[in-house]
Structure formats: C-alpha cells, structure tokens
Design a protein around this ligand. Sequence first.
Ligand SMILES: [Zn+2]
Length: 248
Amino acid sequence: MSEQCTEEKIALKNIIEKARVTSREVMTHQERTRLNHIIGQSHQQILSLNGKYIKRPLKDSTVASKFILLSQQSYDSVIQETREVRGIDASGNIDAYSKMIPIGRQRFFPLYWPNIWSELSEDNQERLVNRHKSIKNAQKYSNDAICYMITTHEISHLYMDDSLPLWLQETGAYYYSRESVKTMGISARSPNWEPYEKIYDTLEEKFDENLHHTYFGTLEAQLYRLLICLQYSADDSIKKLFPAKNPT
Ligand SMILES: [Zn+2]
C-alpha cells in the first residue's frame, strides 16, 4: 500500500465520519445491533482458529467499530467517493482495498445488509425453506450466512500483514473466511471465490503453520515468507484473478 498524503487522509476521515452519521440515520438500532452480534461471533471464530498466529488480539468492540452499516444506496456513494479520493478505477479488479477504507494503518469497512435470497435459484430457495421451516427463517439464514462470510473475510484483512503482496492478502482472506464459517455450520460458498481459495489451499498444504504466521505477520523464519511470496507471484492464475494491477 502506497503512503497516503495528509490531504488524502483528511478526505477519507471525512468520508468515514459522514458515513457514520448516515448509518445512524438510515439503519435502525436493531439492524446495527444484529450486525455487531455477527461481527463479535466472526471475530471470536477467527481468533479461536488462528489466535496462535495473531500477536495482538483486538476487543470485539474495537473490531465492530471498524464496520459501518449502510443502505445499499449510501454504501455505493461511499465507495464511489472513496475511489475518487484514492484514485482507484471503478473497473479495477477486486482487491483488498477496493471495499476497505484505509487511513494510515487503520482500516474501515463500509457494508450493506446483503440480500442474497433474491439471487438464489428456486431450487436452492426451496431447499432452504424445507430445512428452515419457513420462508422468513430461510431468508434470515441465507442473508446472515453471507454476512458472516463478509465479516470473517474483512476481519482477516484487519489482522493480516499489509506488506504482503495483494494476491496473498486476498486469497488468504477468502481462505480464513471459509474455514471460520465452516466451523459455524455454514458451508455454502460462491463459486467465484473458489479460485482464490484453491491457491491458498495449495500453499497451506505446502507451508502449513509458516503460511499462517506469514499471513498474520508473526513469522520468525523470514525465508519462508520469501518462498511463499515467490510461489505464485509470476503465475498466470494470479494475473487472471488480479488483471488490473500488478499484484506482486
Ligand atoms: Zn478482501
């Protein structure tokens, strides 16, 4: 991540302050409480699986304060304003910073309550209704599930070593998210995430604990970091997944 100038930091701080006000205006207290509950559970799950690799665990309330819940419309305008300030092309690839607002070493995550239900096939909806006994329960389950996937992904970014190459930051976040939600009984995944997860799975098989220490910035034998970073840096699959930027 390149150094931010003071002007950019001030502009981003203003965006976040404004987003917090909007959040209080457009989202109900109940919705924000429900999100904080999900964040707390996601955070504890990340810590219980990866705590030994993480040097300084944060409080649940600190993690929750990094997320700003918005309506989809207000979320879109926050992302647009952030992109303008940071000079990120909206057509750019998915990257660790496209949906995250970094200010110095701090990171903030605007998000909106996902509505995955409407995107599910009729078969899937029916299956979920049968399993959860009512449409209302099935909708809540699927929207909560996607929310857990988002929060565990972003919390992984919160703890990662941000000097790692972008492709490693991102594939790792997908992996830690998948592993966390799996232990919470959520197994549904988007096929779009699989190529990212597959890369990290291959690294995990090869480097095991050294990979996790590398991701969370607590590796002692620096040689492994170099070896891990070299594994995919020049690989075609990385260029395909991160086309708009040099991910190394
Ligand atoms: Zn990410």
